[in-house]
Design a binder for this molecule. Structure first.
Ligand SMILES: C[S@@+](CC[C@H](N)C(=O)[O-])C[C@H]1O[C@@H](n2cnc3c(N)ncnc32)[C@H](O)[C@@H]1O
Length: 259
């Protein structure tokens, strides 16, 4: 089986790198050279020209999105987990994502949703959507997982011009990752059962969307922040790591009931 064009992680005892395997090409670092033609299968353990061992394997979703080249800031994996619960998302959910960006969340939704469920993603930037599409396709083809198909419907427009009623029947969760999600309500009104989730870095943005959600009769409005603390467990050292990601974004969730 050819491994040409497969995305892999190259991991030594200190670092991880993301690389795309290409016939006749090589990975060069201060630890020497690894010839891609020497990688015959995945996973593999290979030795560089300077005698450093590397594990070579297909990245997990988390490794892929944290190590990949990207455009706009992504939603961090820990927050994707929170968003799935906040948005009451399961494999049959039908989702409108507002703010495709680098496609990190879009890719995860593509991975977990069934073939029959709908996934729309809106962005005003064609460039970002093109990059996101390539990213998703690259991960899907490399990871060779069962639902190896692109199910995303790209909507290329500014939110202020978007008419929700055209797809409303098909949607049960809206997720936003844009600076001004309240623009949604300039032209649109929610009239059906629906979950709303907004990912926002700043508390002033949170305040504005909460006011808007109240105005539009949403219930169960919840504001949450997810903090992850990693630990070291290594012989006599058993303690939290010194470094921690202090803040990424707030997750605001709410529910609309049509009764
Ligand atoms: C932070 S990024 C989204 C990142 C994405 N959630 C991810 O995980 O990779 C925000 C995106 O929203 C788009 N955007 C911002 N304001 C918008 C608006 N009013 N209408 C449409 N797209 C908008 C930007 O072009 C950008 O691509």
């Amino acid at each position: 089986m050819s491994l040409d064009n497969t995305v892999v992680v190259l991991k030594n005892n200190k670092n991880k790198h993301l690389a795309v395997l290409k016939d006749d090409q090589e990975f060069v670092s201060q630890n020497g050279v690894i010839k891609f033609n020497d990688i015959k299968e995945l996973p593999s353990l290979v030795t560089s020209s300077n005698n450093h061992e590397y594990h070579v394997y297909v990245p997990s979703f988390e490794e892929f999105i944290l190590l990949m080249k990207r455009g706009p800031q992504i939603i961090y994996p820990k927050d994707i987990g929170s968003i799935l619960i906040a948005g009451n998302i399961n494999k049959n959910s039908n989702i409108l994502e507002i703010g495709t960006g680098s496609g990190a969340l879009t890719l995860y939704l593509n991975l977990i949703l069934d073939k029959e469920s709908q996934l729309f993603t809106l962005d005003e930037s064609k460039r970002n959507q093109r990059r996101a599409q390539k990213t998703i396709e690259r991960f899907l083809t490399s990871s060779k997982i069962n639902n190896n198909f692109l199910k995303v419907n790209f909507i290329n427009t500014n939110l202020s011009n978007f008419s929700f009623k055209d797809i409303a029947d098909e949607i049960d969760t809206i997720i936003t990752d844009i600076p001004e999600p309240w623009e949604f309500f300039m032209k649109n009104k929610i009239e059906k059962n629906l979950n709303w989730v907004s990912y926002l870095p700043s508390i002033t943005q949170v305040e504005k969307i909460v006011i808007k959600l109240h105005e539009h009769n949403f219930i169960n409005i919840k504001i949450m922040e997810t903090l992850n603390r990693e630990w070291i467990v290594d012989k006599k050292i058993v303690r939290p790591k010194n470094e921690m990601v202090g803040h990424t974004g707030f997750v605001v969730s709410a529910r609309f009931l049509s009764n």
